[in-house]
Design a protein around this ligand. Structure first.
Ligand SMILES: *[C@@H]1O[C@H](CO)[C@@H](O)[C@H](O)[C@H]1NC(C)=O
Ligand SMILES: *[C@@H]1O[C@H](CO)[C@@H](O)[C@H](O)[C@H]1NC(C)=O
Length: 493
């Protein structure tokens, strides 16, 4: 979410706010219309025979009921040429979003099985891959992984409860195994296989923005009410299992045109590697090789099925109504209000429900006559946003003050000042006039502070207080606070 606040004369504020709105609803009745079955040779070299949609339907491996869709694997035949199974890929592709999958069941912790719920872009790995649920053999906890071309790695500093195993997402990273990518292992229970199924499954929610990719998991009994009601707000969900962020990765360029995939394969490049198979505490004892086991033990694959209650894709919707604040001629141009790209596929599947054009934040008051910023940025208020106080004085500041702060990485400064930088910054300083883009040295920051008039400091404090209140009182505000993680806001007043 990219938003901006500009602190202009009298501390006037421009905000753009947004909440998640439903873009596509892959519900059971139309789920299969939104997906195609990939039936070629498994790109991951699995000991599998991927079926077509028609074969899947006629053999019962693919079935849609009124409350769920089931994607199964053969569990009746000895299969010398690979076990029949499924790989379904969404027709539509995405460039951002919040993907919420409600799963009643996933393939169990079965020797030889390698199930995954993931997304992938064209021309792998140039357009990235996001593995949301994945594991092999007897695993009972989830591994979440990104695979990219060179130039994307993650930092280990965010708030999430998983464990970073590898931090370079480049499939060819030196010091990491081939195609390993950056991986975060889940900690916590019921995240994968038998453990996931033992509590009736649950929800995986993946939030993908230009700033990062977070994976949240909720067991069936702990699904947040806002997910159940279709108004998801990640800011209230607590820590994700995984948060891929920082490290200089731009998550909107490293990942593009992602299609959503469910598959269950066997053995192949992960589950079937001899050292992986042999060292598995359960599976290594059962057969000499993964393929032997998968070929000869059909009944053990009865639980190798996905049962999907729903998959919903949400996008941030902008409310682009200017706030009723006086315009300032001294205002620098605002940052673009949203860099979240629209979904790629021009033709949506039959199952797709187009997102409502107006976001829930459309409670914004009528637009005042002041024109929108020339660069297309937007600002708005919501009913739940505290009103900003009117300027207490007619004193004008010239030039307009700006807020300057380090960005999330701590090494860049945003001269225009912005809501984004205030949220993400470690310190926020306030200076008269537009700041140069240079890094302000501590002495310089001090001089800037010293140069502020008492009035300027008071105005700044007033705006900061409004923002704090906005963040604590409105869902959208809470979302901002959440999505910007740690920030320390300093008020020099
Ligand atoms: C990864 O390395 C292989 C050679 O080992 C090369 O063919 C391939 O192009 C590389 N991929 C990327 C994305 O750098
Ligand atoms: C993504 O999809 C759009 C629409 O089909 C296409 O124009 C664009 O070139 C694609 N981008 C990549 C990187 O494949």
């Amino acid at each position: 979410m990219k938003s901006s606040i500009l602190l202009n004369t009298f501390g006037l504020v421009q905000l753009s706010i947004a909440g998640y709105v439903l873009e596509d609803d892959y519900s059971p009745s139309s789920f299969l219309d939104g997906f195609t079955a990939f039936s070629g040779p498994d790109p991951t070299s699995g000991f599998v025979k991927l079926v077509t949609m028609d074969e899947g339907k006629s053999t019962g491996l693919i079935s849609a009921g009124s409350t769920s869709v089931k994607l199964a694997s053969d569990s009746t035949n000895v299969t010398p040429s690979g076990r029949p199974s499924i790989r379904l890929e969404s027709v539509k592709s995405y460039n951002s979003g919040l993907i919420i999958a409600d799963l009643a069941h996933m393939p169990g912790s079965i020797c030889g099985a390698w199930p995954a719920f993931w997304t992938i872009g064209p021309d792998w790995p140039a357009n990235g891959e996001i593995d949301i649920i994945e594991g092999v053999n007897s695993a009972t906890s989830n591994s979440m992984t990104l695979h990219t071309a060179p130039g994307c790695s993650i930092s280990n500093s965010g708030q999430f409860n998983g464990l970073v195993k590898t931090s370079n997402c480049d499939i060819n990273a030196s010091g990491e195994g081939k195609n390993v990518g950056c991986q975060i292992a889940a900690s916590g229970s019921n995240t994968y296989g038998d453990s996931f199924n033992s509590v009736g499954g649950g929800v995986y929610a993946t939030e993908w923005t230009p700033q990062g990719i977070s994976v949240f998991h909720f067991a069936r009994s702990a699904i947040p009410a806002d997910i159940a009601s279709g108004n998801p707000d990640p800011s209230g969900w607590g820590e994700p299992l995984a948060s891929f962020q920082g490290g200089g990765c731009d998550y909107s360029t490293a990942f593009k045109n992602q299609t959503i995939v469910f598959d269950t394969t066997f053995c192949g490049q992960w589950a079937g590697q001899q050292d992986v198979w042999s060292s598995d505490p359960v599976c290594g004892k059962k057969a000499a090789t993964c393929n032997d086991y998968v070929q000869n033990n059909p009944k053990d694959f009865a639980e190798a099925y996905w049962e999907i209650n729903s998959v919903k894709v949400y996008q941030l919707g902008d409310s682009s109504t200017p706030a009723p604040v006086a315009s300032s001629p001294a205002a620098p141009p605002a940052a673009a209000s949203s860099s979240l790209a629209a979904p790629a596929a021009p033709s949506s599947p039959a199952s797709a429900v187009p997102a409502a054009p107006s976001s829930p934040a459309s409670a914004a008051p009528a637009a005042p006559s002041s024109p929108a910023p020339a660069d297309g940025s937007s600002y708005a208020t919501t009913a739940s946003m505290p009103p900003l106080a009117e300027p207490s004085s007619t004193q004008s500041l010239n030039p307009a003050p700006a807020i300057v702060s380090p960005d999330a990485a701590g090494d860049e400064y945003e001269p225009k000042g912005g809501y984004e930088s205030m949220m993400a910054g470690w310190t926020t300083t306030f200076a008269p006039g537009g700041m140069a883009a240079a890094t302000p040295a501590p002495q310089r920051v001090k001089r800037m502070e010293d140069s502020l008039s008492k009035f300027e400091k008071e105005e700044y404090k007033r705006v900061i207080d409004s923002l704090n209140e906005f963040e604590s009182r409105s869902p959208v505000g809470r979302h901002f606070r959440h999505s910007h993680g740690h920030r320390r806001r300093q008020v020099y007043a």
